[in-house]
Design a protein around this ligand. Structure first.
Ligand code: SAH
Length: 421
């Protein structure tokens, strides 16, 4: 979501005659597009602001947008007096106001609607992977999560607007569409005739576009994997055989405290249905270790489910207490030391799963999407249908962004492959 927001912010500022610079000292306008999901992310913003305020030109405007702006509100100006603007995730389209009135302090952390989508300029050149937000916010209120506070309650964009953005992305260079939302499979839009549209309808309409070859979506809530959506994995070959479906913990007791669906059997049933729909599907998850009151037995259940589902490409985090969340006030907070030990154990299991899966890909042929050159410039980086990184020696000839690649080698982090002519 932040990548998308960043692209829209640059496009908007280019319309105002600005260009990007890599050097803080050259910049007339400096924006930190921020994440507040864990304390570390917020801390990083403030330490970066400390550095930037000393390095920047005196006249340069400095501000934060996104979730830390929403979390901090007007306090941000007290912490960093040099700040000129603090704009929440639903109000960064107001940025041009600060360019017009550089002597004011601009604060807007409204969460009232999705008007930004109507105010932002249409994209005229799309990257090969187009991120298209379809909904924002979340109604689930997991007790650890700051997102309902920073991004607000769920709001789904009108179906026709999303279809228009998808067509526009396809016509301007996109090959892959990634539908985005904090609760993406909760997408629900009812038009004026009372017709209800779901994520499955958006997938169908994107799949009809000949320019679009790959479709994915993130991030999903397990119990909102409805049958119409699961069916898409069967019907639409363009939908990638890879799904991030976070479980967070394997312990029903902890899941209950997290206010997450805690029926592990029902979760496994969804995985089973997905496998029936698409036998080659792989699942990834997000995990939180060291949630308040998590015992060794609870954690062992997390290891067990990770081993059983054989998740690939997963993310794991130490629980981080966040303002405005219920879990931050719970008793039996877990020590950093125990969190670190558990994270290491879980990571080594997840890494092993990933390594095994990567090695199982050797000798397979896959259609992969080119992301561009690696740091050395000698290789190209591709993404497989499972979002693994695949490194290929750069050929002398021009290549198309989509290539059939034979996987020749693999380790935990990535694959190596050769382009098949
Ligand atoms: N569905 C949301 C979740 C984003 S946060 C979205 O896509 O916007 C991504 C992951 O961060 C979550 O799945 C969870 O595993 C982790 N996370 C969220 N809050 C956390 C916290 N307080 N401490 C540690 N990890 C957290």
């Amino acid at each position: 979501m932040n990548v998308y927001d960043g692209q829209r912010i640059s496009a908007m500022l280019e319309k105002h005659g600005m260009t990007q610079t890599e050097d803080v000292k050259d910049a007339d306008l400096i924006i930190l597009n921020t994440c507040a999901v864990r304390a570390k992310a917020t801390d990083k913003v403030y330490s970066a602001l400390g550095r930037i305020r000393r390095a920047k030109k005196e006249s340069a405007l400095l501000g934060i947008v996104g979730c830390v702006a929403r979390e901090s509100g007007g306090d941000a100006f007290k912490r960093i007096p040099e700040l000129n603007f603090v704009l929440g995730p639903q109000s960064y389209h107001k940025l041009p106001e600060i360019i017009k009135n550089p002597d004011t302090k601009l604060l807007n952390i409204d969460m009232s609607g999705l008007e930004k989508f109507d105010e932002l300029p249409q994209i005229t050149k799309s990257p090969t992977v187009a991120y298209i937000p379809i909904q924002e916010g979340c109604n689930h209120c997991c007790t650890y999560c700051i997102v309902p506070y920073t991004r607000g309650r769920e709001l789904s964009r009108p179906f026709d607007d999303v279809v228009r953005d998808t067509i526009n992305a396809a016509k301007t260079g996109a090959i892959e569409i990634c539908f985005l939302g904090q609760n993406v499979n909760g997408y629900k839009y009812t038009d004026k005739n009372g017709k209800l549209y779901r994520l499955s309808d958006l997938i169908k309409s994107a799949a009809e576009l000949p320019e679009i070859h790959r479709i994915r979506f993130t991030s999903s809530y397990p119990t909102e994997m409805t049958d119409d959506l699961i069916e898409m994995f069967k019907q639409e070959p363009k939908l990638l055989p890879f799904l991030n479906m976070p479980i967070q913990s394997g312990s029903p007791r902890i899941l209950k405290k997290m206010n997450r669906p805690n029926d592990i059997g029902a979760y496994k049933d969804i995985v089973q249905k997905l496998k029936l729909a698409r036998p080659d599907i792989q699942i990834s998850s997000d995990f939180i270790v060291g949630f308040p009151d998590e015992t060794d037995e609870d954690f062992a259940e997390t290891l067990r489910i990770a081993r059983e589902i054989k998740y690939i490409n997963s993310y794991s985090f130490k629980y981080s207490p966040r303002p405005h969340t219920a879990a931050a006030l719970m008793s039996n907070q877990i020590s950093e030391q125990i969190k670190s030990v558990r994270l290491q154990q879980l990571d080594s299991l997840l890494n092993e799963n990933q390594r095994e899966f990567n090695i199982s890909c050797i000798d397979r042929e896959m259609i992969c999407l080119c992301e561009g050159p690696d740091k050395t410039g000698r290789n190209l980086i591709f993404r497989t249908p499972y979002m693994q990184q695949c490194i290929v020696e750069k050929p002398n000839t021009e290549i198309q962004p989509l290539q059939k690649i034979k996987i020749t080698d693999a380790n935990k982090a990535s694959l190596r492959g050769e382009i098949i002519k």
